[in-house]
Design a protein around this ligand. Structure first.
Ligand code: GDP
Ligand code: MG
Length: 597
């Protein structure tokens, strides 16, 4: 049976047409009616749709008949953002092939390359697909040359398609069946299945999406999860489909399916873990089980202090859906009780904060994101910190190490100068510069991650009118010359505002920080000093003048309703404020640091 199965993914830079092509393949295989195809099938979460990115990997089992022979095609979707590269690699580990989609009017971009690397690491057969050939600006030949030049992938069999109009899609399916190898697991061996995605369903509990390598999984079987060390009974099995999941009695070697174990907790079916038979265990789990590790951290605090328990409940619930977040309670002198939450990256952080506010109706203050620093103390102790206010006193620190990323940037050559000065300002070290053709350049840099987490991507976009693409992965720790910069409001250090910065930039940062804060801190009834300091040394100061007169005095006597409106507006505004000592700070104050260079 395995020779009738093809497991594949679609990999692409964002917007190159992955979701559109997925929908088109689903339609071509008749898995949904035209009516059901109204919206994109493969992106299900609201936020995903709004932002046009795929966060959770979806899968669908299709049937395609070629030369009268029916084949099972398992389309395994991958998350479409750099923050989720760990999940990409788990998804690709479940496939034998990948369709590499490149926009014929754009060419190779940073995530194209990142995804190809992951596909190659997993020994996948890669089929280059040049999409959007219907566009007038399409230049498939140039794009093929770029793929050959930068990735070294043979493009002689590359297919030109239009996911939108359907041109070339049937040929693509035929090629897929011919070129992607069938799975070759040991069908009679002990069960070995990789959990490559998991999520929480309100009715069925925690679900595991698996790829079976060896043996089979059957309803009623007692299985053993190798990483968690727990055994469970298989309650039911289903084939994945975005609309109607079909039940099955078994999942055989080579197949992909959903395993229902009736578990309440998603942490029992962690992505990357291996399912085996409890009585006849596999010798080894599927390679490379490691947990997704958050590497961006921020404090999340409810604006209303009595909402702390609600925030905890909300995080508990979200964690059931997204095993990659981590959180621990923390307290801040300024913000009260909250959590230090770990994310896979900046987008992940935004998505989680947005979901907490939207789905759980919470008003939250987020502190500036930070990376994990490794502090080597003079007494030899090594301490990992994810919150700048935990940094030990300077005399206890021998050195601080900070994480670096390897960043890939692809840009039209006209913006090269802008990018080089931007990245130099972020302490970036150039490691490669390659003209893909006279118009486009590929750059590789080592950059301290803390310079990236702030707002690098936005700056890159504005330096290149949105034309540059960017991707990164972690590349290890290096010693940095770093100090903690504090901000004092009315004389008091506001712990939630502290940041760790490179020593040679501390002075400028401090100055810009207080200047930006001055614009944000509303006038109070008294004068408020805003200072930046390192240790006990104040390095910059601004003053927010006192308000003086009552605001309502501005409304001339007669207009009562206008006056009332103004007062109501003030009250509304107050709700979103946080009192720090006697001073009221608005929510944006805690993200001011993101606005400075
Ligand atoms: P993804 O981010 O890779 O999933 O990209 P999408 O599938 O969401 O497509 C991004 C945009 O390109 C959407 O506006 C699509 O309608 C459009 N698009 C996708 N494929 C084609 C195509 O073959 N031709 C044209 N003209 N537009 C396409
Ligand atoms: Mg998409």
């Amino acid at each position: 049976m395995q020779n009738r199965i093809r497991n594949f993914s679609i990999i692409a830079h964002i917007d190159h047409g992955k979701s559109t092509l997925a929908d088109r393949l689903i339609q071509e295989c008749g898995a949904v009616s035209d009516r059901e195809l109204g919206t994109q099938m493969m992106d299900t979460m609201d936020i995903e749709k709004e932002r046009g990115i795929t966060i959770k990997a979806q899968s669908v089992r299709l049937t395609y008949v070629k030369d009268g022979v029916p084949y099972v095609l398992n389309l395994i979707d991958t998350p479409g953002h750099v923050d989720f590269s760990y999940e990409v690699s788990r998804s690709l580990a479940s496939c034998e092939g990948a369709l590499l989609v490149v926009d014929a009017s754009q060419g190779v971009e940073a995530q194209t390359i990142a995804n190809v690397y992951i596909a190659l690491e997993n020994d996948l057969e890669i089929i280059p697909v040049i999409n959007k050939i219907d566009l007038p600006a399409a230049d498939p030949e140039r794009v093929k040359e770029e793929i050959e030049h930068t990735i070294g992938l043979d493009c002689s069999r590359a297919l030109g398609v239009s996911a939108k109009s359907g041109i070339g899609v049937k040929e693509l399916l035929d090629m897929l069946v011919d070129v992607v190898p069938a799975p070759t697991g040991n069908a009679d061996g002990p069960t070995k299945a990789l959990i490559y995605d998991s999520w929480f369903d309100n009715y069925l509990g925690a679900l595991a999406l698996v790829r079976v390598y060896d043996g089979k999984i059957a309803k009623g079987q007692e299985v053993y999860i190798m990483g968690s060390g727990k055994k469970h009974e298989v309650l039911s099995l289903m084939y994945p489909h975005p609309l109607k999941q079909e039940k099955t009695a078994t999942l055989e070697a080579g197949e992909v399916g959903i395993v229902v174990l009736g578990l309440k907790n998603i942490s029992d079916v962690r992505v990357g873990d291996t399912i085996t038979d409890n009585r006849n265990k596999a010798k080894k789990p599927v390679d490379g089980f490691e947990e997704a590790k958050p590497f961006v951290f921020a404090g999340l605090y409810p604006i209303e202090t009595d909402k702390f328990e609600d925030l905890r409940d909300a995080l508990d619930k979200l964690k059931m859906n997204d095993g990659s977040i981590s959180y621990e309670p923390e307290t801040s002198a300024a913000l009260g009780f909250g959590f230090r939450v770990g994310f896979l990256g900046m987008l992940h952080m935004e998505v989680i904060k947005e979901r907490l506010e939207r789905e759980f109706d919470l008003d939250l203050i987020a502190t500036a994101p930070t990376v994990t620093y490794r502090v080597i103390k003079t007494n030899g102790e090594i301490k990992e910190i994810q919150n700048p206010s935990q940094l030990p006193a300077p005399n206890e620190i021998d050195r601080i190490e900070e994480p670096y990323v390897r960043a890939t940037i692809i840009t039209p050559s006209e913006f090269l100068g802008n990018i080089i000065s931007l990245v130099n300002g972020k302490r970036g070290i150039q490691e490669k510069m390659d003209y893909m053709n006279p118009q486009r350049v590929l750059l590789e840099y080592a950059i301290p991650m803390n310079e990236i987490v702030m707002d690098f991507y936005d700056k890159l976009k504005s330096a290149t009118k949105g034309y540059a693409s960017f991707d990164y992965d972690l590349s290890g720790y290096r010693v940095g010359d770093l100090v903690k910069l504090d901000v004092r409001v009315a004389g008091e250090v506001v712990d939630a505002l502290s940041i760790i910065v490179s020593n040679d930039k501390a002075m400028t940062k401090g100055r810009e920080f207080v200047k930006a804060m001055k614009e944000i801190v509303p006038r109070q009834l008294f004068e408020v000093a805003i200072q930046a300091s390192i240790g006990n040394k104040v390095i910059a100061r601004e003053t927010v003048k006192s308000m003086g007169k009552n605001v309502t005095a501005k409304c001339y006597g007669g207009d009562i309703s206008r006056k009332r409106k103004l007062l109501e507006k003030q009250k509304e505004g107050k709700k979103r404020m946080k009192s720090i000592g006697k001073v009221q700070l608005p929510q944006e104050a805690f993200l001011t640091v993101l606005k400075i260079d």
